[in-house]
Design a protein around this ligand. Sequence first.
Ligand SMILES: Nc1nc2c(c(=O)[nH]1)N[C@H]1C(S)=C(S)[C@@H](COP(=O)(O)OP(=O)(O)OC[C@H]3O[C@@H](n4cnc5c(=O)[nH]c(N)nc54)[C@H](O)[C@@H]3O)O[C@H]1N2
Ligand SMILES: Nc1nc2c(c(=O)[nH]1)N[C@H]1C(S)=C(S)[C@@H](COP(=O)(O)OP(=O)(O)OC[C@H]3O[C@@H](n4cnc5c(=O)[nH]c(N)nc54)[C@H](O)[C@@H]3O)O[C@H]1N2
Ligand code: SF4
Ligand SMILES: [Mo]
Length: 737
Amino acid sequence: MTTFSRASAEIAKRVRAFDGPLTEQLVRQPGSFGLGQVPVSRVPNATTTSVCGFCATGCSLNLHLRDGKATNLTPNVDYPVNLGMACPKGWEALAPLDATNRGTTPLLRLAKGEQRQAVNWHQAAETFRNRMKPIIEKHGLESVAFLSTGQICTEEMAYLGSFAKFGMGIRHGDGNTRQCMATAVRAYKESFGFDAPPYSYADFEESDVIVLIGSNLCIAHPIMWQRILQNKRNPEIVVIDPRRTETAMQATRHLPIRPKSDLYFFQAIAAELIRRNLIDRKFIQERCDHFDSFEREMEKVPLAAASAASGIPEEEIIRFVELIGSGKRVSFWWTMGVNQSHEATRTAQAIINLALMTGNIGKPGTGANSITGQCNAMGSRLFSNTTNLLGGHDFENPAHRRKVANALAIPEERIPTQNSLPYHEIIDGVRKGKIKGLWIIATNPAHSWIGRDDFEEVMAKLDFLVVQDMYSDTETAALADLYLPAAAWGEKEGTVINSERRIGIVKRVAAAPGVALSDFSIFRLLAHSWGCEEMFENWTSPEAVFSILQKVSRGQPCDISGIDGYRQIDEEGGVQWPCPRGNTPPGRERRLFEDGKFFTKSGRAKFVFDQVTPDPEPPCGDYPLRLLTGRGSSAQWHTQTRTRNSGVLRKLGPKENHMEIHPSDAGSLGIYPGQIVDISSRRGTISIRAFITPTVPEGSVFIPMHEKETNRLTKAVFDPHSHQPGYKSCAVKVAGK
Ligand SMILES: Nc1nc2c(c(=O)[nH]1)N[C@H]1C(S)=C(S)[C@@H](COP(=O)(O)OP(=O)(O)OC[C@H]3O[C@@H](n4cnc5c(=O)[nH]c(N)nc54)[C@H](O)[C@@H]3O)O[C@H]1N2
Ligand SMILES: Nc1nc2c(c(=O)[nH]1)N[C@H]1C(S)=C(S)[C@@H](COP(=O)(O)OP(=O)(O)OC[C@H]3O[C@@H](n4cnc5c(=O)[nH]c(N)nc54)[C@H](O)[C@@H]3O)O[C@H]1N2
Ligand code: SF4
Ligand SMILES: [Mo]
C-alpha cells in the first residue's frame, strides 16, 4: 500500500467515526481536527526536528522519517539546549506511541458499575455536553471543574482553559503544575513581580559556584547535568540534599541537610553573610526593597541553633558562606526538594534573597533559578488560564480582563473575576459533594496525588468524571465515566516552553491510533458541541492559536509578540521569552534582569521572608522514620504510563521499585537485603522490597514516586502561600514481614 492510499484509508476511517451531523460538518472544514494532515509529514523520507515531550530541559530531537512516519531519532546537534545529547527517555521517545494499550476510541460507562462501551466522537461530545450542562444549570458554575497538566502543548492548554472558563463558564480549573511549580511561581511573583525564571542554560557553563538545592539533576535533568560538565571554569558544585544522590556523589561538596530544615539553614547563611559583610550593598541599595527589615530579622538567627536543626556543622556552614560570598559567579538552582514542603515559598525566597544580597543575578553564571519539571510546565504557568488569566495576567484585575477580552474578541463579562480554587480544594470540593462534574486531562492523580488513599472513593462521589489520556487504562482513566482517547507527543503539533523560557516546536511525525484525536482537536470538538464555537472561530489550528496568544502577551514580561510564527521558532532553534515586537533582544541564549530592573511596580526586587514554621508531621515514637519521595531513575517518568511501554527503558530502570533504608536502621529493625517489608504511615500500609543503602540518611527512608502505592502514605499538607503539596516528608514506621 502506498503512503497515500494508506493515508486516505486512515482519513476515511476517522471520518466514519465522526458520524453525526455536527461532526460531519466539522470534518469537512480543511485542517479541522488535523484530519487533512495525514500522511504525517509533507516530505515522506526526510529528517525533521521536534522538542522532546518528557522533561522541561526541552532537548531537540532529529526525527528520521520513512513514508512520512518517524522510524528513528537522534539528538539534534545544532540546538542551543542539548547540543547533540539526549537522555534515555529522549532516545526512546517514539516507543510509548506504539503501545497496545493506547486508547483508540472514546469509551462511555452508561451506569455506575457497568463496563464501558466504545462510542464515536459525536456521541462522546454530545455526552460531555448533555451530562455537564445539567450539572452547571442545577448546581452553578462552581460545580464543574477541570484538572490539567504541564504535558500538552501551550496552544492546547490555552484552548482548554479558555473553553472551560470563557465558553462553559466554569470557575475552577487547576493543573498538576500545582504539584510541581506553584511554589516557584508564587516566590518569583512576590520577589521579582512576575513568574520569571531568570536564567539560560549557558549559566550552567559560566558559573564558578553551582549550588543545587533539593535537585537530583543527574536523574531528573540529565542533559542539564551534561551542561554543567561542559563548564570549563572548574566550578565548585554544592549539592544540598538529605540523600547522597547520584548528583551529590558527583558534586565537589555535599551538604546532607536534615529534611525540612532548609528555611532555617538559608536564614543562617544570610545572617552570616551579613555578619561577615560579604554582601553587595551597592546592588541591594540600587535594586532591592525591604532589605533593612530583612537584615534586622536575620540578625536574630543563631548559627548554633540553625546548625543543630539542619545537621550541618557550623564550620561547614561558614565554609559555604565564604564560598558564596567570595565574589565569584554563584548560581543557585532548586527543584522539588524545595518546592514540595510545608514552608516551600519562603524557602524558595530565602534562596532568592541569597542571590540578591550577593548581587548574583542578571549576570553570566548567576541567578536564583527554579528548574521546571514537565516539558511544558512553563507553558502551563503562563497560558493555561488556571492560576493566571492567559498570558500571566490576573483574573482579579479589571484592566487585565479588559485587555485579554479585547485580544480574544470576546465579551469582557465572559472572563471570571475570581481565581480558581487550588487543586487540593477542588479535590475537597468533590469530597464534600460541591463539585459534581470533573474533567481530567493528561495527568494521573489516582497515582500521583498526595495522600491519595481515598482518591477512588472521592472520585466515586462525582456525577460525571471525564478523563482524557493517551492510554485508556491509567489508574485515573480506569475510573472515568467518559474516556477520551488523545493523540500523544509526536502525533500532533504545537509549542512547549522549557525551563529557560525557550519556546520550542513539537511536530507530528506519527499517526494517532484508532480514532484518537489531538487534545487540540478534542477541545475544538467539545467547544463546538457545547455551542460556543463562535467564541473560537479563529482558533482553527495550533499556529492560529499561537498568534492569538502572541497578541494576549503584548506588554507583559512574557511578551512573545515579536516572534515570526512557528517558522522563526523552528529555524532559530527555539526562541526565549521575552521577544516583544520591534525589540527582539539579540542572542540565542538570554537571561533576565541584565539591566537590573525587575517586574515589580517599583522596578526593584523584594526581600520576602518569614518565621520558620513547625514540621507538620515529624517522626515520633509510633512512626519513628521519615519518608522521602522523588524520582528514582532517569528511565522512569512519573506514573510510568509512557516509560513502561519502552523495552529499553524497562531494562534501564529497576525491575521493581524499592524502599531505600540506611544499613543502621535496617540493622536495628532486623531487615535483610531484598526483604519485603510493610511500611505504614497514619494513612495506611503498603508492602515493598527493602534496598539497604547508605545513600539515605539514618532515620529516613526513600520510595520513588514511580511506585503507585507511594502516595497512599504521604500526608496531604500544603504550603500556605503556593498551595503546593509537601510530598517530600511524612512520618512512617517499617516492619519486616
Ligand atoms: N527521570 C525522570 N526525570 C524527571 C521526572 C521523572 O519523573 N523522571 N519528572 C520531572 C518533573 S515533573 C520534575 S518536577 C523534576 C523533579 O526533579 P527533582 O526535584 O530533582 O527530583 P526529586 O527526586 O523529586 O527531588 C529532588 C531531591 O529533593 C530531595 N529532598 C527531599 N526533601 C528535601 C528537603 O527537605 N530539603 C532538600 N534540600 N532536599 C530534599 C530528595 O532527596 C531528592 O533527591 O524532574 C523532572 N524530570
Ligand atoms: N510522592 C510523590 N508524588 C509526586 C511527586 C513526588 O515527588 N513525590 N511529584 C509530583 C510532581 S512534581 C508531578 S509533576 C506529578 C506528576 O504526576 P502526573 O501528572 O499524574 O504523572 P504522569 O505520569 O506524567 O501523568 C501524565 C498523564 O498524561 C498522559 N499523557 C501523556 N501525554 C499526553 C497527551 O499528549 N495528551 C493527553 N491527553 N494525555 C497525555 C499520560 O499517559 C499520563 O497518564 O506527580 C507529583 N506526585
Ligand atoms: S533530558 Fe529531558 S528533554 Fe532531554 S531527552 Fe531527556 S527527557 Fe527529553
Ligand atoms: Mo513535576
